[in-house]
Design a protein around this ligand. Structure first.
Ligand code: CA
Length: 441
């Protein structure tokens, strides 16, 4: 179903009532490994020639590679979309939530872990939350049984938390010093919960700046500190895979690997592969990220899915896997992509469009900009990158790098995409929800 049609669905007034179910040991475990600012071109199986990622490549060989997987262009909106199954615009926040902001995920949102808990799952998050720094927004208040990590970027927030308790207040510790502890917490969570279905969200702080690889990874890549950090990510993925193997859980566990937004570009920085620009933009380099899913016995090894999918789809897909209904009292933008995972024949694309309201629409092979797009980032260390004007139309099939504006050749396609965008914006305005806010002081 395309997003525009999804936006137009009649509002079904069902009130979501969580019902606690007994644990169902046969339901598959779900592990989501979400990296932070990793580029499409920073992974071997996505075409990197300068970085080696053997463990992530092994996930590709054993699972399904998603070539057209979309997120938002920055951290908090993507994480909000993951937790709510809805575009960040719908869930009320398109900005990065900084530690002093008095906003965060709304208490009325029905989150991915809350839904999985109704099917008997134990839920844990390790790493970076980024959906509100304050106690009311703590992950354990939004569906997670276990939290070890931090609320904001590691160098900006108020410290390391274990559940609701701040266990370290020291700021500006480097990623390199804390990543092993995050991995240990994740491995401990898997071991403790091996007898029941669990959902583990490993929200890695890597390869976000500052690029501070753990000592054992310094100098191990050809791409400086950024490359070393990528090697560290790959090692962590491998350690989690090893833990699942050791516990006899690999065949009953869906692993999802993805990045939260495009890379920070620059000398020795990230690489968006064939796409234009990177983080902070709605060019493909900012919003199309690498994604892999492995589920032995269900997902065909070495397969590729090139349909439009995105992080919004994880909530409804996980609901289908856990056999619980997604909330019916609100618009959920994501769709269940389990048929793709099972390689079932799907008559129509599950999404015909991906829309960033007021900015860009991709419909099939076409992408229209409805506002000017500036280059991402501020450093410009790699040289000035160009902007693109509102009204530009790109054919992503023949021009994934968004280099040739072909709007003059296809006025009817421009008009159709503009109409779809307008319809989506109108529907969104009618059915959006607020971000959570603390009372003013
Ligand atoms: Ca990010």
């Amino acid at each position: 179903m395309n997003l525009v049609r999804a936006f137009s669905l009649p509002f079904i007034a069902l009130v979501f009532v969580p019902i606690a179910c007994a644990a169902s040991p046969d339901r598959p475990n779900i592990v989501v490994f979400l990296t932070d600012d990793q580029g499409y071109g920073d992974i071997g199986c996505f075409g990197s020639e300068s970085l080696e990622t053997p463990n992530i490549d092994r996930l590709c060989q054993q699972g399904m590679k998603f070539t057209d997987f979309y997120v938002h262009q920055r951290c908090s909106p993507t994480r909000l979309a993951f937790m709510t199954g809805s575009h960040a615009h719908r869930a009320g926040c398109t900005k990065v939530i900084y530690n002093k902001d008095r906003i965060g995920i709304h208490a009325d949102e029905v989150t991915t872990p809350e839904l999985l808990k109704t099917a008997g799952y134990t839920t844990g998050i390790v790493g970076k939350w980024h959906l509100g720094e304050w106690d009311a927004f703590n992950p354990t208040r939004h569906g997670f049984d276990f939290f070890y990590g931090f609320m904001d970027d590691l160098d900006q927030g108020s410290g390391i938390y274990r559940n609701l308790e701040r266990v370290e207040s020291i700021k500006r510790k480097t990623d390199g010093q804390h990543s092993p502890e995050l991995l240990d917490a994740a491995i401990g969570f898997i071991r403790e919960n091996k007898e029941r279905p669990f959902f583990l969200y490993y929200a890695s702080p890597l390869p976000h700046t500052p690029w501070s690889p753990n000592t054992r990874f310094k100098g191990t890549s050809k791409r400086g500190a950024y490359g070393d950090v990528t090697r560290e990510i790959d090692w962590q993925v491998g350690e989690l895979m090893k833990t699942l193997d050791e516990q006899g859980l690999a065949s009953n566990t869906l692993i999802v690997f993805a990045s939260d937004n495009g890379p920070v570009l620059g000398i020795n920085g990230g690489d968006a592969g064939p796409f234009r620009d990177g983080k902070w933009t709605d060019f493909e380099g900012g919003i199309r990220v690498p994604c892999i899913m492995r589920w032995p016995g269900t997902i065909k090894p070495g397969s590729t899915n090139s349909q439009i999918t995105g992080i919004i789809d994880l909530l409804p897909t996980f609901c289908a896997i856990a056999e619980v209904d997604p909330p019916g009292d609100r618009v959920i933008d994501g769709r269940n992509i389990l048929p793709y995972l099972k390689s079932e024949k799907v008559e129509q694309p599950i999404h015909e469009s991906f829309i960033v309201p007021g900015s860009v629409i991709r419909h099939g092979q076409w992408k229209l900009l409805v506002r000017d797009l500036k280059p991402g980032g501020k450093s410009g260390r790699e040289g000035k990158r160009p902007s693109a004007a509102a009204g530009s139309l790109f054919n992503l099939q023949t021009d994934p790098g968004e280099t040739q504006d072909v709007s003059a050749d296809h006025p009817e396609i421009v008009a159709d995409l503009r109409r779809r965008m307008n319809e989506a914006v109108r529907e969104l305005e009618a059915n959006s929800r607020p971000i959570g806010r603390l009372p003013s002081r």
